[in-house]
Design a protein around this ligand. Structure first.
Ligand SMILES: NC(=O)c1ccc[n+]([C@@H]2O[C@H](COP(=O)([O-])OP(=O)(O)OC[C@H]3O[C@@H](n4cnc5c(N)ncnc54)[C@H](O)[C@@H]3O)[C@@H](O)[C@H]2O)c1
Length: 268
């Protein structure tokens, strides 16, 4: 359920707003977090610019939006590209009210196997692209004393999943970037927050860990199921909106209760 018109008149940019990989049963369009966020922001009335390394994926999102939008090609690994995408959004719509830094890649290497190249790739996509994007959007937000950043984080930035050193480290650093922006610019009308996601039933998870693993993943969640990209998007829309006007510097954990639970063997 969306909040009708909550974001009317606002312009949002979603970095990593395409999606690819296996769709849910019966769905033609794979629904990742970035795509669901773009759809949700538009459903609440925002004009949405969708950035993705694959312009076709970004365009597929834009084609599904409830409001007219703009697809932009951007490579999160390339600093100039990150900045140019924001400039394209500003050229098109003159201002940005909301910036969602969603793009992220999950590594698979623990300390013993961590390679320099994979570390640098993770850092470039999961952290560097986010602060560069925020920096590129900041001046125009400061000029209007208004702006909301939402970073799409992971519980791996708070708790170790044992899987990937680079993912855990970069997701933790991403939250530090968020807090810095929040505190530094709080008095000037800028807010920054993060959603910290647990396991979401997304193409990313199905691609990397297999759809067949869903029951095992759900078993460790107190709610007994994976989250959905739409549930992640609802939390992002709240943080982006004026309903969160006094919320800044926060990490909203959206994980079905995993991080609130003490690990214990199943009953019976
Ligand atoms: N699915 C989960 O369970 C889960 C859990 C925790 C956090 N997250 C976070 O969610 C975010 C991603 O979610 P998603 O479902 O949208 O993922 P996704 O893999 O579907 O990616 C979205 C888009 O990012 C684009 N992309 C990849 N590399 C890029 C690059 N270098 N430059 C620009 N675009 C690029 C892809 O083309 C894709 O269309 C990440 O930040 C991830 O850490 C996901």
């Amino acid at each position: 359920m969306t909040v009708d018109g909550r974001l009317a008149g606002q312009v949002a940019y979603v970095l990593g707003g395409g999606s690819h990989g296996p769709a849910r049963d019966g769905e033609a369009l794979p629904m990742g977090n970035g795509r669901a966020i773009a759809l949700r922001l538009a459903a609440e009335g925002a004009t949405v610019v969708v950035g993705d390394i694959d312009l076709g994926r970004a365009q597929a999102t834009v084609d599904a939006l409830a409001t007219p939008g703009l697809a932009v090609a951007v490579d999160a690994c390339d600093p100039q590209s990150c900045q140019a995408a924001v400039e394209t959004a500003l050229d098109a719509y003159r201002h940005l009210d909301i910036v969602v830094c969603n793009v992220g890649i999950s590594g698979r290497e623990p300390l013993k196997a961590q390679t320099l190249s994979e570390w640098e790739y993770s850092e470039a996509v999961n952290v560097r692209s986010h602060w560069l994007t925020a920096q590129a959007a900041l001046e125009s937000m400061l000029a209007r004393s208004r702006g909301a950043f939402v970073f799409v984080g992971s519980t791996a930035g708070l708790l170790s999943s044992r899987r990937s050193l680079s993912y855990e480290a970069t997701k933790a650093a991403q939250l530090a970037v968020m807090r810095h922006i929040a505190v530094r610019y709080a008095a000037r009308g800028i807010r920054a927050n993060a959603v910290v996601l647990g396991v979401i039933d997304s193409p990313l998870v199905r691609r990397e860990f297999g759809a067949e693993g869903a029951p095992a993943r759900a078993a460790v969640v107190p709610m007994g199921r994976e989250g959905t990209p739409e549930e992640a998007a609802a939390a992002v829309a709240f943080l982006a909106s004026d309903d969160a006007a006094y919320v800044t510097g926060q990490s909203l954990i959206v994980d079905g209760g995993v991080s609130a639970s003490w690990p214990s063997p199943p009953k019976g």
